[in-house]
Design a protein around this ligand. Structure first.
Ligand SMILES: [Zn+2]
Length: 441
């Protein structure tokens, strides 16, 4: 039976039940697949109505066994052009098989869309569902044909796209942009998800959902019918792989203004946590620094030649961040506020070599208007001094600049900053538009 593993039916579609992959079938307890197997055979013999179809050719199939393991098989008389046809195929023609598969995939696609609409309609708030109907645009010239468009009372409209194997980045991007502009949340449902073998097209979709992969499989379909609302299976990325999947109601997801919905943010969340951990020993050291302007007790800093100056730089930078976060604290000196501290240290020259670096930091924070005050004048004077050959400014690839970039990447690492902006996760202290009132002094 299993002579050619490439010719095994990889996916079945059960009428009224939904899809079941060969892998899921194998993972079923014996009771589970044996009851499917007998019900399919019963239907063939006139009892009951359970029908399963090959997802490639839509031909009726049954469950057979090989080495005591269940697998799907076509009934006699199956279409020999089916790419999963396991019988004799004297003139294999791959091109034709591919075209044929494309046509059949659209049949399968339509069935899945109908199923999604049916499950969404179980919700008592359901006002309407549409499958593959034109959605006129409100703002731009082109409308779209969402796979499924649902409207729930008190919830509004949402679109579901059932990913086809050929949905690639361009189309993905265009659809995300379109629905975002229309203010309609867009959920991409994956046709399958095997977390040990993820094609790029699938990975791209998961990324749009912040590391969440959504699937409508047997568990999710069953739970949807139990709870009378759309329930999905969700795999959450943990960086290296994926956690065990969980079931989630669609309406329990987070719906950010500008992005696809997600259950848990597995992109920005872990990144922010990593940054926080990195900063932790520094914050701890600064808080216990107290009045003694001594070396900061952070091991990493021992490699810096000018320890005192580096310590003061870090203290000044963290004070700027504290101010920007709305929790003013001067870690660097006894001055009443950071403006007095900054002015003094630029004048005395002790932070003058870092004027460019500190300017870059302030520019990307909510206290950027500091640069319009005397603080800005002092910083510019130091930078000017550099041009005149009096004060050497540290360079972007210097040890000091690298250290601050690692500690405060939200402001100083353009790539991380952009990632956080894209994920709507830039902390408010690093948000330039979140301007804090500055007294001019
Ligand atoms: Zn088939």
């Amino acid at each position: 039976m299993a002579r050619n593993p490439h010719r095994l039916i990889q996916e079945a579609l059960f009428d009224n039940l939904g899809p079941l992959s060969a892998r899921e079938l194998l993972a079923m307890p014996r009771d589970g697949w044996e009851s499917l197997r007998s019900a399919l055979t019963d239907q063939r013999n006139g009892k009951g109505d359970l029908i399963a179809r090959c997802a490639a050719c839509q031909g009726q199939i049954y469950i057979t066994t090989s080495h005591d393991r269940p697998l799907f098989a076509h009934y006699q008389g199956a279409d020999p052009r089916c790419p999963w046809y396991s019988g004799k195929n004297k003139h294999p023609n791959d091109v034709r098989a591919k075209q044929y598969r494309g046509q059949q995939e659209s049949v399968m696609h339509r069935r899945m869309c109908d199923l999604i609409a049916e499950l969404a309609a179980l919700d008592e708030r359901c006002v309407s569902t549409m499958v593959d109907e034109y959605l006129p645009p409100t703002e731009n010239a082109h409308g779209r044909y969402p796979d499924v468009l649902v409207e729930w009372r008190d919830f509004g409209r949402f679109a579901v796209e059932y990913q086809r194997s050929h949905t690639f980045q361009t189309e993905l991007s265009q659809r995300c942009i379109h629905y975002n502009r229309e203010g309609v949340p867009l959920l991409w449902l994956l046709s399958s998800f095997e977390h040990d073998r993820i094609p790029q097209a699938v990975s791209d979709v998961v990324h749009r959902h912040r590391g969440n992969a959504f699937v409508l499989d047997q568990h999710a379909i069953f739970a949807s019918r139990e709870e009378n609302t759309l329930v999905l299976k969700c795999y959450l990325s943990n960086g290296d792989g994926y956690d065990s999947p969980v079931l989630t109601r669609f309406d329990a997801l987070n719906f950010p203004d500008s992005q696809c919905p997600f259950l848990e943010d597995r992109l920005a969340g872990p990144l922010l946590e990593q940054i926080k951990q990195r900063r932790k020993p520094y914050f701890h050291a600064l808080r216990s620094w107290g009045d003694r302007i001594d070396n900061l007790p952070v091991d990493e800093l021992t490699s810096f030649p000018e320890r005192k100056r580096i310590d003061r730089l870090i203290a000044a930078a963290f004070s700027i961040v504290a101010e920007a976060a709305g929790k003013p604290q001067n870690f660097a000196s006894d001055h009443e506020n950071i403006r007095a501290m900054m002015n003094t240290f630029q004048n005395s020259g002790s932070l003058a070599p870092y004027a460019l670096l500190l300017t870059k930091l302030i520019e990307n924070t909510s206290v950027c208007s500091l640069l319009k005050t005397k603080v800005g004048d002092h910083l510019r004077r130091s930078i000017e001094g550099h041009r005149k050959g009096r004060i050497e400014q540290v360079k972007e690839r210097s040890q000091e600049w690298n250290l601050l970039r690692e500690l405060l990447p939200e402001a100083l690492d353009p790539f991380i900053r952009q990632r956080l902006i894209d994920a709507d996760a830039l902390p408010s202290w690093a948000n330039v538009s979140d301007l804090r009132e500055m007294q001019v002094s």
